[in-house]
Write a protein that binds this ligand. Structure first.
Ligand SMILES: Nc1ncnc2c1ncn2[C@@H]1O[C@H](COP(=O)(O)OP(=O)(O)OP(=O)(O)O)[C@@H](O)[C@H]1O
Length: 251
């Protein structure tokens, strides 16, 4: 876990365009975002507003056309491919809606996958299995796990290298609402108890309500943002979100 106060994530004036036939789509059009250590940020926005493109830019999975993406103070554009791969493995944890576990490996083997064999790896894996309440399921393969259990293993795998930031793309999108809530509570606890830094992309107010801050995207820009003030109420978040889109205030 990062111990200093360098922002785990900083995005300055990021632009990304795509060609679609004869037209150009500004998927990201000057986005700014800073996530502080121990902060939980949700990114909301309509379909096509640029959320996934932004998450992929944060994760170093796509190159941006202009602007800067820094993880734990490192400008990703300054790294060559090999250095970026190594840096991402150590500093970025990523969780997807579809879990993306390796079917042939056990839960524990999946968690260990991104990590190098270091002296403290066994301790970290034990801690994560305990922390995510998956100790008794450690020898099961993904097919023998429920969706919620698979997502817990995916979160443990994302945390095994002790990343500067955890990025999650619709992490509850494949889960029923009770299981989704338990995953959101887990993410919240990781922030409150271990000072993890988390960014979640979601359509869902009942996911975004667990964050400290909601950033609203529209047409490739970070339109506005609001704090949740610890009010874990989806209706409040939904109406603040709608107000943001209606007001179109640029901060
Ligand atoms: N690889 C690509 N090639 C061309 N256009 C793309 C590509 N990826 C995204 N886009 C376009 O960029 C814009 C933003 O897409 P993006 O997937 O980031 O939005 P989103 O907010 O994540 O949407 P959703 O909620 O539906 O996943 C859209 O107009 C999309 O069509």
């Amino acid at each position: 876990m990062p111990s200093n106060n360098t922002p785990p994530l900083q995005i300055d004036q990021v632009h990304k365009t795509y060609r679609q036939g004869n037209s150009t789509v500004h998927a990201l059009d000057g986005v700014n975002l800073t996530v502080q250590p121990g902060e939980f940020v949700a990114i909301m926005g309509a379909s096509g507003s640029g959320k996934s493109t932004l998450l992929h830019a944060m994760a170093g999975l796509i190159q941006v056309d202009a602007g800067q993406v820094s993880i734990a103070g490192q400008d990703l554009s300054k790294l060559n491919d090999a250095a970026l791969t190594k840096f991402r493995r150590k500093n970025l944890g990523i969780v997807f809606q579809a879990y993306n576990l390796i079917p042939a490996l056990t839960a524990e083997e999946n968690i260990r996958l991104p990590a190098n064999e270091t002296a403290d790896l066994d301790d970290r894996v034990e801690h994560l299995l305990e922390r995510l309440e998956m100790n008794e399921r450690r020898s099961h393969r993904p097919m023998a796990l429920s969706g919620g259990e698979q997502q817990r293993i995916a979160i443990a795998r994302a945390l095994v290298c002790d990343p500067a930031i955890l990025l999650a793309d619709e992490p509850t999108g494949s889960l029923d609402s009770a299981t989704g809530t338990s995953i959101c509570r887990l993410l919240r606890n990781l922030v409150d108890e271990e000072r993890r830094s988390i960014v979640v992309v979601t359509h869902e107010p009942h996911v975004a309500m667990w964050a400290d801050r909601v950033v609203v995207m529209k047409d490739g820009t970070d339109l506005t943002e609001f704090k949740t003030d610890g009010i874990r109420d989806p209706q409040t978040v939904a109406s603040r979100y709608q107000q943001s889109l209606g007001a179109e205030a640029v901060h």
